[in-house]
Every structure is written in structure tokens, then in C-alpha cells.
Design a protein around this ligand. Structure first.
Ligand SMILES: Cc1cc2nc3c(=O)[nH]c(=O)nc-3n(C[C@H](O)[C@H](O)[C@H](O)COP(=O)(O)O)c2cc1C
Length: 314
């Protein structure tokens, strides 16, 4: 059976988004939260931990993700997550952000096989949770993952989620499906496919190419078309009018939920960030979309969104 996982998108798929989204749209089976960084000297980001409290994530169950190259700090943080009731934690070996990569974290750690081996050795001895890994093909070169596959085979990793791009690529070019195929052949672990699932056609292509894969992760595709997981799962179709109504109510609810936390420019800035993805759910309407992007105050934003919807087609 196909299972769909909502990808961690830092700045987007936080607890507010996950809850509002799942109120309107079906199809995702679970989510991985955007990363929490470990801190030195046994300190923690309590607001980030709050985001993954199981009681705040009842609509869509969430697995926390940690960004770290320090096994002791990682173990320390997982003890909090285990106390909350989490049974799995995900380790981020994919983040491409320059500062993070320079600090040998995320995709920046991939070339350091010995460090990764030592990290896993300590972590698997110390933690009481299951561990999954989210990784790219490499930091700079798509071959960098291969030495790691042999190391990974020595550990009881729950699953490996592979986004087949290098960190240096960021999001440029296409996800390298052939590279995913060759990694799949060389690992004993369960794999999850992630990358560029933006429509059902591409999903079916990947599913056909990898008949043994049952779990797929979708990120940007779900922001660009919030109905996508439901379409993939063949839920019954709704009319254009109903779809527009749902999108309107979803975006309005999201605005109201963030309004409790953020004021004016920050709130409109946040929503405009979402709109750079949401706009793709609609038939092209650059003129009215630009007006949303130019809005500064809450009122301007709301008016432009009303105008956009009163002309919107999907
Ligand atoms: C804005 C943004 C933020 C992201 N934040 C994270 C993150 O916190 N942790 C992570 O593992 N991946 C992160 N990613 C990568 C996505 O989870 C995913 O691997 C990538 O977007 C490819 O999947 P997609 O084509 O379905 O979006 C981020 C991607 C984007 C675009």
C-alpha cells in the first residue's frame, strides 16, 4: 500500500501549517517536522520542541528531525523526544544551506564517512528510539553516498529517505531517478523516494520504476497543489467550485492561525511566502498574484486575496 509522507520544509510545514492543512486535505499518512538543531552544553530549543509535541500533532502524526554532527548532543535531545512519547527520530544528512554545510552538518557531513560511522555507533548504543535518515546523494558529487551505504548496512536504521540531488545543486536540475535506482540496488535498508513529485504523472512514473518502494515523501508539490496527496490516493474528485472554496478556506484559516503569532508585515510576509507555492494551484494569473506579493498590511493582503479568488480558476 502506498504511504505518503509530508516533507519537512523549514519555514513552511510547521505545526500550524500541518494542522490547518490536515483539516482540509487528506492523503498524507504522516509528516517529518523541519529540523531541530542540537545545541552544545545540554541546552535545547524549547519552542522547537513544542512544535513536535504529539498532543499538538494529532491530525497528522509527526516524526521529529534533528540536524547535528555531535552524537552526544543528539542523544541528549532524543531523550526529550522519547519522554514526549516519540518512538522514531530522523537524522538530517541533506540540508544544503551554505552555513550549515560549512559547519559539516546536513549534506556537508556526507563526505565524512568515518565521522558518520562514529556518530551512528554512539547513537545506536545510547538511544531508545528508532532512527531514520534523510539524505542527498552527496555534498558536491553524486557518488559520495556510496561509501556510506556500506556503513549504513551495519546499523538497524528504520529507513533511508533519499532526495536524489547533491547539496551543491540545492534544487537545480531534476531529481536524479537513475541515481536513486543505483543506490536502491546497493543498500539493504528500506528506502523512501523523495524529490520532484509535483503531479500524479510523475508519481506514477516513479512508482512504476521502483515497484519495491511503498513510501514516498512530497514537499513542494503539496504546497503547489494541496490536493496532490488525495489525487495520488485516488480519492473522489470534487468540482472546481468546491475545490476553490476549500483552497479559500484553507488559506484563510492559515492566515488566521498565524495572525495569533505574527503582526502585520511579518504575517503578510509569511503568507506571501506560501503564495509563491500556492499560486501554482490556480490557472495562471500573474497580475493579481503580483498584487498579493505587493501588499504590505494585513488589510491590503486580505483585499488582494479576495480579488484573486473572485477571478480564480483551477
Ligand atoms: C523551503 C524548504 C525548506 C526545507 N527544509 C528542510 C528541512 O528542514 N529538513 C529536511 O530534511 N529537508 C528540508 N527541505 C528539503 C525537502 O524536505 C525535500 O527533501 C525537497 O524539497 C525535495 O522534495 P520535493 O521535491 O517534494 O519538495 C526543505 C526544502 C525547502 C524547499
Amino acid at each position: 500500500m502506498t504511504e505518503l509522507i509530508l516533507a519537512p520544509l523549514h519555514g513552511f510545514t510547521d505545526v500550524i501549517f500541518r494542522n490547518v492543512y490536515s483539516k482540509y486535505f487528506l492523503g498524507f499518512d504522516e509528516a517529518i517536522a523541519p529540523f531541530i538543531s542540537t545545541m552544545e552544553q545540554h541546552r535545547i530549543h524549547s519552542s522547537k520542541l513544542r512544535e513536535v509535541l504529539p498532543e499538538l500533532n494529532q491530525k497528522l502524526s509527526v516524526t521529529p528531525q534533528i540536524l547535528s554532527n555531535a552524537p552526544d548532543d543528539f542523544v541528549f535531545l532524543t531523550s526529550y523526544l522519547a519522554d514526549m512519547g516519540h518512538t522514531t527520530v530522523n537524522w538530517n544528512l541533506g540540508c544544503p544551506q551554505t552555513k550549515i554545510v560549512r559547519n559539516k552538518k546536513g549534506s556537508g557531513l556526507i563526505p565524512f564517512a568515518e565521522d558518520i560511522d562514529a556518530f551512528l555507533d554512539i547513537v545506536f548504543k545510547e538511544i531508545s528510539m528508532e532512527l531514520s535518515i534523510k539524505i542527498r546523494l552527496g555534498k558536491k558529487s553524486p557518488d559520495e553516498i556510496y561509501p556510506l551505504l556500506k556503513i549504513f548496512d551495519n546499523y538497524p536504521i528504520k529507513e533511508i529517505i533519499l532526495h536524489p540531488r547533491t547539496g551543491a545543486q540545492f534544487y537545480k536540475g531534476a531529481a536524479d531517478i537513475e541515481a536513486f535506482a543505483s543506490v536502491l540496488k546497493k543498500t539493504n535498508h528500506k528506502m523512501v523516494y523523495n524529490g520532484d513529485i509535483i503531479d500524479k504523472k510523475f508519481f506514477l512514473k516513479v512508482q512504476k520504476k521502483f515497484p519495491t518502494i511503498t513510501r514516498f515523501m512530497i514537499g513542494r508539490g503539496a504546497l503547489e497543489n494541496p490536493f496532490l496527496p488525495s489525487i495520488i490516493k485516488n480519492h473522489s474528485k470534487i468540482s472546481e467550485k468546491e475545490s476553490l472554496e476549500k483552497l479559500y478556506n484553507f488559506i484563510d484559516d492559515l492566515f488566521n492561525a498565524y495572525k495569533e503569532l505574527k503582526r502585520d508585515e511579518k504575517l503578510t510576509g509569511k503568507m506571501k511566502g506560501f503564495w509563491t507555492y500556492f499560486r501554482k494551484a490556480f490557472k495562471k494569473n500573474d497580475k493579481l498574484f503580483k498584487k498579493i506579493l505587493l501588499s504590505q498590511t494585513e488589510n491590503e493582503y486580505k483585499n488582494e486575496v479576495e480579488t484573486f479568488f473572485s477571478n480564480a480558476r483551477i
